[in-house]
Design a protein around this ligand. Structure first.
Ligand SMILES: C[S@@+](CC[C@H](N)C(=O)[O-])C[C@H]1O[C@@H](n2cnc3c(N)ncnc32)[C@H](O)[C@@H]1O
Length: 234
């Protein structure tokens, strides 16, 4: 598994995702979840945004937060250890999801921003392992890029923030690769304060598909929650 996230992990939370529509819809649906269904699996938990959304909306449920990128996991772990309630409920897992022996029952799965890093075969293996473990009615929440076919993307603004004396500006570029692949490059320019300007470029690979493709792959029904988020269920 390639680690696309550690080189730019320090910038991850400067992109305004928190309280975006995908997260608000996720929280709305999680409030309806029966905690008795079993642990919630957060695949690609990142710096903890989705893990926190589960913890704050589903009382007492156990959370398995899977995050293989060391720098992202360091931030996730920091969030968990600072809160005794989270430390009791959240297990942080360093292996990629495809290497795990999952618990027999899962009450829900969150896969926000991650499934496009798995190719078709890896997703098939994931579904074979996940689907038999889902408790009755357990939802799989997904957030995807709104790009269903490889294409040339114009340069898009990604983030703009000032932290102390430093200003951070990021853009995103995308170009088609082989097959279903998009090559996404984020460029982070940091200026100001006592250190010289810095530019960091980071390229990752995203396999393009849409919510309907996931419904076909899993045999589940799909409901769109926002432009980028959706839920799959029996
Ligand atoms: C875009 S981030 C999403 C973080 C978080 N879910 C959110 O929405 O803020 C995707 C995360 O998935 C992780 N990831 C990539 N491949 C993975 C895999 N095979 N298994 C588990 N996590 C993976 C990456 O390390 C990264 O932190």
């Amino acid at each position: 598994m390639s680690d696309y996230y550690s080189p730019v992990a320090e910038f991850y939370d400067l992109v305004a995702r928190t309280h975006g529509e995908g997260e608000l819809k996720l929280r709305e649906r999680l409030r309806l979840l029966d905690p008795a269904g079993g642990p919630v699996l957060d695949i690609g938990a990142g710096t903890g945004r989705t893990t926190l959304a589960v913890a704050e909306t589903v009382p007492d449920v156990e959370i398995l937060a899977v995050e293989p990128a060391p720098a992202m996991r360091a931030m996730l772990m920091n969030m968990v250890v600072r809160d005794p309630a989270l430390s009791r409920r959240v297990t942080v897992i360093a292996e990629p999801v495809e290497n795990l022996t999952l618990p027999e029952r899962l009450g829900a799965v969150i896969a926000y921003g991650v499934l496009g890093h798995l190719d078709f075969e890896a997703r098939q293996r994931l579904w074979r392992s996940l689907l038999p473990r889902l408790s009755s009615g357990a939802p799989i929440f997904v957030e995807l890029l709104p790009i269903e076919k490889p294409m040339q993307l114009p340069t898009l603004p990604l983030a703009s923030a000032t932290i102390g004396r430093r200003s951070y500006t990021a853009t995103l570029d995308g170009e088609p690769g082989e097959g279903d692949i998009m090559r996404l490059t984020s460029t982070w320019v940091t200026t100001g304060g006592p250190s010289p300007p810095q530019t960091i470029r980071n390229t990752s690979i995203w396999h393009t598909f849409g919510l309907d493709d996931l419904a076909r792959e899993t045999g589940l029904r799909a409901e769109r929650l926002s432009q980028q988020a959706g839920v799959l269920y029996v």
